[in-house]
Design a protein around this ligand. Structure first.
Ligand SMILES: [Ca+2]
Ligand SMILES: [Ca+2]
Length: 410
């Protein structure tokens, strides 16, 4: 960390420098303080200002009231720094899942094996003294959280400075270079939640647990971590991707699950598959009334259940769903499991009898669904992931479900 050491040295030297004789606050009105730096920049700030070690300041000029995924927005910051800092430093603004920020806070900087969420957006801008910085940010359609944590760090050389004044969270670990990270705000996000498109297919799917049909070849939807009963996912490695397709008779679901440690001993219709490796599909009503749940195991066993309201019902109902699965092994070692694939065909007549989905599926209709994976290991650990995370111990949450749009063409 030569760069970091260099920066510390520069910092120590510059503590005596004129620009560091930080901001003389002058009251200019209720709740507002006018700062004048010795570099000559003037700015009015309320609470939305941050100070870093060494005295550099950032003032928040604009932050959206609400963020709509896929609609770009700007965050404007005004750095109050001297030329030395401007030369050596950049400002990084990030929009992060609130879970990640909260996890760092709770974890108090201890080691964390969880990976950076791929949907985090990071924008870095060099500093030009006297100029406000604009950070264009767009969240992905796959932003499934109800808020975004907007954060800032000051990167100098290859070090990162600590926040000494202003709202901040614990840093360290893979999510932050600094011990503290400025929290510019936690902004609500508005959107329909996760929305995916299921294509209509011309030739029926062969439900054999082999995903060799053309429609399954690309555009699969990754599952994301879902927390329930102390279970977390995105632990690395065991990825899950699903996709849906439809024709006049069936809603089809395919799952591809990386798994080097398959736990599957249960047999027979309606066995408690969720206690081992399983993929679960829920089809909800838009109005939160009746819904269906089907589960498939790596050995092709089926669990199906119908509900008239939240958890009102169960597996006594046997519908017409079909499932099949296949297990993949390493080419060099036929005992080494690589993962499993599963297919489901769920008849529309079951779906429309137990949900408010229309009985005649047509392009542009939408249905509310969710897909969950429970990944067991022989050591007893479980990891959960979901198409649309519920952030709760309850999978039966219609409000958290994804929207699947039935589309005409792949
Ligand atoms: Ca197949
Ligand atoms: Ca497993």
């Amino acid at each position: 960390m030569v760069g970091r050491r260099w920066w510390r040295r520069e910092l120590a030297r510059s503590r005596a420098a004129a620009w560091f004789a930080l901001a003389v606050p002058v009251m200019v009105g209720a709740g507002c303080v006018e700062h004048e730096t010795s570099a000559g920049y003037r700015s009015v700030a309320g609470d939305q200002a941050w100070r870093w070690e060494g005295g550099a300041r950032l003032v928040l000029r604009s932050l959206p009231q609400i963020i709509r995924p896929s609609e770009p927005f700007n965050i404007e910051l005004e750095p109050l720094v001297g030329r030395d800092v401007a030369r050596a430093c950049r400002v990084e603004v990030s929009a992060r899942p609130p879970e990640d920020a909260a996890r760092r806070l709770v974890n108090r900087g201890r080691p964390d094996r969880l990976l950076e969420d791929p949907r985090t957006v990071v924008v870095v801008r060099p500093i030009t003294p006297g100029e406000a910085l604009t950070f264009p940010v767009a969240l992905s359609d796959e932003w499934v959280w109800r808020t975004a944590s907007i954060e800032a760090q000051l990167l100098c050389g290859d070090g990162v400075l600590e926040v000494v004044e202003g709202a901040a969270r614990e840093g360290r670990g893979p999510f932050a270079g600094a011990r503290t990270v400025a929290t510019l705000g936690v902004v609500p996000t508005a959107g329909a939640g996760r929305t995916v498109s299921a294509p209509r297919i011309a030739a029926p799917i062969t439900v054999d647990g082999v995903l060799n049909e053309a429609v399954w070849q690309d555009g699969r939807w990754p599952l994301y971590e879902s927390r329930f009963s102390g279970v977390t996912a995105r632990h690395g490695g065991q990825e899950t991707a699903v996709k849906m397709a439809w024709d006049e008779e069936f809603l089809y679901v395919a799952g591809a699950l990386t798994d080097a440690d398959i736990v599957s001993s249960l047999e027979g219709r309606d066995a408690h598959l969720w206690t081992e490796d399983v993929l679960e599909v829920f089809v909800f009503s838009k109005e939160g009334a009746g819904y269906l749940e089907i589960q498939g195991s790596p050995d092709g066993d089926l669990f199906d259940a119908s509900f008239t309201g939240h958890r009102q019902g169960g597996p006594a109902w046997d519908g017409g769903a079909k499932t099949a699965a296949s297990v993949q092994y390493a080419a060099t070692d036929s005992r080494q499991e690589l993962g499993w694939q599963v297919e489901f065909a769920l008849p529309w007549r079951d779906v429309c009898a137990h949900t408010d989905a229309p009985c005649s599926p047509a392009p542009n209709q939408t249905i509310k669904v969710n897909v969950f994976r429970i990944d067991k290991s022989r050591g007893g650990r479980s990891f959960g992931s979901a198409l649309a995370p519920t952030w709760s111990a309850d999978f039966h949450l219609a409000s958290a479900a994804a929207t699947v749009r039935l589309v005409a063409d792949p």
